[in-house]
Design a protein around this ligand. Structure first.
Ligand SMILES: Cc1cc2nc3c(=O)[nH]c(=O)nc-3n(C[C@H](O)[C@H](O)[C@H](O)COP(=O)(O)OP(=O)(O)OC[C@H]3O[C@@H](n4cnc5c(N)ncnc54)[C@H](O)[C@@H]3O)c2cc1C
Length: 396
């Protein structure tokens, strides 16, 4: 799949983090002809948030800044299996974002209108159509939080996360990029206001450009370069049930109840929700969250009460104050590029983020698609406020 070349002491570009964003950046940079690249990871390839993702791909965001970016990424995902010549098992099963209160339905309606204006397929549907699409769903008539409407996004889907990571890694490797797992970055070296390379557990490496694509660890990597990022790290948990005969072929998500569920091609139900309530770098899952996810699922699908949970896991999420990513040149530090702030929603962004970051490095200019996501927005007060990013950013 990819080679194991010896680590050199100099590269044009060093990318810290071999998750989906680091590897997609390397892949698109190599396509532009920059191939003297090392992607370093302290663990195995794609072992961070990328290995733990429930990998829902969608573009039905809320803001004029985020919708075009996620629309582009969604479009790239539709052709990505072909491009990487790798079966990504992208199943476009569609998605329902359910509203249970007048206020949620108001925001869903607003999202539908913004989506339609910006070319993303979205429509508001009522309880009868929801029941037709997901027959076992409890419409909660007469109960607290009845189902009032849903935003239907037909092109949403689920991709096989490992395959995306491996496909990018193989594609980048083929073009000459080196991937070095189990090589931890322990320091960022700089001369004045310019980054000159990294310190690693395998020795120092010089580089013209250093990219940090380290998600949940971004604030600590940036701190090594003297950059204080407005990012906090929270764990996000998910679980999967035993397999069942297929009974639902759309993703169901409820920000009011704090849960999302979909059935995989193997028949298992993947269940996720909001981030944990406390910040930590621990990737251990908890019984409390398992109970919450199970209880919340039963609010929507009560027939599942006898179903067994097979596995549960947690990954780290790099949350920004405005639920939008940070991609751009680090302020006041030449040669240091940030690609982070992907929170609980970054897997879907990898193709557009990789392409844009590659273009930024190649041309030195910020591409229009990411112009709202630079770190300077926290200084000049032009935050994005993308409240349709995730259940954790639920609009109430
Ligand atoms: C449970 C869960 C469910 C999710 N579901 C979805 C979803 O449905 N849809 C969606 O779009 N997104 C989802 N996400 C979010 C998404 O998975 C992440 O935003 C995305 O994978 C981040 O990718 P990344 O490449 O930026 O980071 P990561 O994949 O975390 O990669 C960062 C890498 O940096 C490495 N690293 C850290 N420190 C160092 C160091 N000092 N030296 C070298 N390497 C280092 C790590 O080992 C890691 O491999 C989910 C996340 C979780 C945890």
């Amino acid at each position: 799949m990819w080679g194991t070349p010896p680590l050199k002491d100099r590269y044009d570009v060093v990318i810290v983090g071999a998750g989906v964003h680091g590897l997609s950046t390397a892949y698109y940079l190599a396509q532009k002809g920059i191939t003297n690249i090392a992607v370093l990871d302290r663990s195995y390839i794609g072992g961070g948030g990328s290995a733990r993702s429930t990998a829902i791909i969608r573009s039905n965001y809320l803001t004029a800044e985020a919708i075009p970016f996620f629309r582009e990424s969604h479009k790239l995902y539709e052709g990505l299996g072909q491009e990487l010549s790798y079966n990504l098992l992208f199943n476009q099963m569609g998605r329902l974002d359910i509203g249970h209160t007048e206020s949620s339905v108001y925001w869903l309606r607003l999202r539908v209108e913004f989506n339609k204006l910006l070319g993303v397929d979205s429509r508001l549907i009522g309880p009868d159509e929801i029941k037709e699409m997901v027959p076992p769903i409890d419409l909660r008539v007469g109960k607290p939080l009845p189902i009032m409407a849903a935003l239907h996004h037909p092109r949403a889907g689920v991709v096989r996360h490992d395959a995306v990571v491996w496909g990018y890694a193989r594609g980048a490797d083929k073009m000459g990029v080196e991937i070095h797992p189990f090589t931890e970055v322990t320091g960022i070296t700089r001369e004045g206001s310019r980054v000159t390379g990294v310190e690693t557990t395998a020795g120092p490496i010089m580089a013209d450009t250093v990219v940090s694509a380290t998600a949940g660890w971004s604030s600590s990597i940036s701190a090594m370069a003297g950059i204080d990022l407005p990012i906090v790290t929270y764990p996000l948990q998910a679980c999967v049930t035993e397999p069942m005969k297929p009974f639902m072929d759309t993703i169901v998500s409820s920000a009011d109840i704090h849960v999302y569920v979909y059935q995989t091609d193997r028949g298992e139900l993947v269940i996720g929700g909001a981030v944990d309530q406390y910040q930590t770098y621990s990737q251990r899952s908890t019984l409390t969250m398992l109970e919450e996810l199970a209880a919340d699922t039963l609010e929507l699908l009560p027939d599942l009460r006898e179903v067994k949970i097979m596995r549960q896991w947690a990954g780290l999420c790099d949350m920004t104050p405005d639920y939008a990513p940070i991609i751009g040149k680090a302020p006041g530090l030449d040669g240091f590029i940030l690609n982070c702030g992907w929170g609980t929603w970054g897997f879907k962004a990898a193709p557009a983020s990789g392409q844009s970051t590659a273009e930024l490095i190649y041309t030195g200019k910020t591409p229009a698609l990411i112009k709202h996501f630079g770190p300077e927005r926290f200084d000049n007060g032009t935050m994005v406020n993308e409240r349709a990013a995730a259940i954790a950013a639920a609009i109430h």
